[in-house]
Design a protein around this ligand. Structure first.
Ligand code: ZN
Length: 545
């Protein structure tokens, strides 16, 4: 076991972007994208990655298995899989986690009377029995078992203590307290955690963890209060994505614990002035991780979002700016550079060579294969022809765009051409390359150029879908800036997102749409090609922590 309960002297960061975060509508990720995010989470230094819910779907199973294999190395994070307290869930999770050096099974069962009565239709005695039995089963596969009493926030505390005592006795080494519905307030959460610490007799044999949703905007505040009362593991997501209003945001928790370390140190039994970090997170990777997750999930970040929003470090009002120029500390409580957000420096131009390009990418933390580097370099040269000065953000957009296109083995955009204007009927022609190299061309008219392009693409791809969201943002300032297009489309009851950047927003729009359609297509193919035993995976009804 990587984190033994009596040796944890800091706050462990448990990232659930790939499990709880991915449950947010439209944030669906394919296996390759999950793997990319997991690798970045390992670079960020998270202690535990909850990689998915293996029983929920074959895609989840495969993602957990590949992340366990490629990211769950000896010096990497613990890889965790979620499982309901049933035999088939737990054995499926164990199978998916097998390749990890450190694998954790996270099992859960509801403990609130309302869930017992209406959802589980079980008595309290039943729940106690299931807890002991299923934790013991999980323990037979791995020494690292996490147990969550679902809807703990609304459970009778006395019953909760009893369930937790049983789980620990059966071998759970982490006890997670979820506020599943986002209802609790900070003081109440602090009291709940303290109550557990004081009333569960064997609590010193487990790490106390917290999980919570942001329905009232209180998730981060609740977690920080929990830390003060003994919680040592925080379950959070990048950019706070997740069901409904989302989860507690990793970047906010980490920066709060860093900026206010003198305040929090004593709660971890340290002197206030201690400079030992409270978490293991490499803060300089925060901004990059945030952008990656936003690009791949299609969940945009609001400009005023704490820490990672585009306005978070912009001091635009005149008085502030003057103050900031005289001394940064007058208005800034933290440094933009500390989260890896550099000034938007102009770094390269038309005459920059391949070496300068490679070096800068390396400094930005992108290590590309020779083949990918060549492709990205071609994109860079094209961009440099159109745009005089290339910034770090432009480079980042190019590389991510290229990686996203390459990850999917689907349709490729060969040509897009539009004619439009105030007296013209918007008309688009597109040529797409199919995965087996066939060239398909079609044309369509629409209410505007993007509409015409999308109609033309639909004629080629021919998968029914409905566009539900379309947004354009500029990567940098200036009239020659690249535009980033993020879209979502709906097929049956699922949403798929696509993202792309280009100085020409029509090209970016076409590429973003194709990226989304490719994801939809991959999902359909996966469904169709399942071996019978895997096709049985799947939940009859939603289950969540
Ligand atoms: Zn949750």
């Amino acid at each position: 076991m990587k984190f033994s309960p009596n040796q944890v002297d800091r706050v462990l960061i448990f990232d659930t972007t790939l499990r709880d975060g991915e449950q947010s509508p439209g944030a669906t990720l394919n296996v390759a994208e999950k793997l990319t995010i997991a690798k970045q989470l390992a670079k960020l230094g998270v202690d535990i990655i909850e990689a998915g819910f293996p029983f929920a779907s074959p895609g989840d199973f495969q993602a957990v298995q590949q992340i366990a294999e490629q990211v769950g190395t000896e010096d990497g994070p613990v890889i965790c899989g979620l499982a309901r307290a049933t035999q088939k869930d737990i054995t499926t999770a164990a199978e998916a986690l097998k390749p990890a050096a450190y694998g954790r099974i996270h099992t859960f069962i509801a403990t609130s009377d309302i869930h017992l009565k209406y959802k589980l239709k079980k008595s309290r005695t039943d729940v106690l029995g299931i807890t002991s039995e299923m934790v013991a089963l999980a323990k037979s596969f791995t020494d690292d078992v996490e147990f969550s009493p679902e809807d703990a926030g609304r459970s009778d505390p006395e019953f909760l203590y009893e369930v937790l005592e049983r789980a620990i006795a059966a071998g759970a080494t982490t006890i997670n307290i979820p506020d599943t519905v986002g209802y609790i307030t900070p003081t109440e959460f602090g009291t709940l955690i303290r109550g557990i610490k004081e009333n569960v007799p064997n609590i010193d044999q487990a790490i106390i963890s917290v999980h919570g949703h942001n329905d009232l905007g209180l998730a981060v505040a609740n977690f920080l209060e929990a830390v003060k009362n003994g919680a040592r593991q925080l379950e959070c997501t990048i950019n706070g994505i997740g069901e409904r209003a989302g989860n507690a945001a990793l970047e906010e928790l980490v920066m709060a614990l860093h900026v206010r370390r003198q305040y929090y140190n004593p709660f971890l039994g340290r002197p206030a002035e201690s400079e030992t970090p409270l978490t293991n997170i490499d803060k300089s990777q925060i901004y990059k991780t945030s952008r990656l997750v936003s690009n791949l999930t299609g969940m945009l970040i609001q400009p005023n979002k704490a820490i990672v929003g585009s306005n978070a470090f912009a001091h635009e009002s005149g008085i502030h700016q003057d103050g900031v120029l005289k001394n940064k500390l007058t208005y800034e409580i933290m440094d933009a550079e500390s989260i890896g957000l550099r000034d938007n420096q102009i770094v390269l131009g038309k005459h920059s060579g391949r070496n300068a390009f490679r070096t800068r990418l390396k400094e930005l933390g992108f290590e590309l294969s020779e083949q990918d580097l060549n492709k990205a370099f071609v994109r860079f040269k094209e961009l440099a022809d159109k745009k005089k000065e290339i910034s770090d953000w432009d480079l980042e957009a190019i590389v991510k765009d290229e990686t996203q296109v390459q990850m999917v083995n689907g349709f490729r955009l060969e040509l897009v051409q539009v004619s439009c204007g105030n007296r013209a009927c918007p008309t688009a022609t597109v040529t797409l390359l199919t995965p087996d190299g066939q060239e398909l061309t079609d044309a369509a008219t629409g209410t505007g150029p993007v509409d015409a392009v999308y109609k033309a693409i639909n004629r080629v791809v021919n998968v029914p879908n409905k566009l539900t969201e379309f947004s354009v943002q500029s990567v940098t300032a200036g009239i020659d800036a690249m535009g980033e297009v993020t879209i979502r489309l709906q097929h049956e009851d699922r949403l798929y997102s696509g993202h792309s950047a280009n100085t020409d927003i029509i090209v970016a729009s076409a590429q973003a749409y194709i990226n989304a359609l490719n994801r939809l297509d991959t999902a359909l193919q996966m469904q169709a090609s399942l071996p019978p035993e895997k096709a049985q995976l799947g939940l009859e009804e939603p289950a969540r922590v």
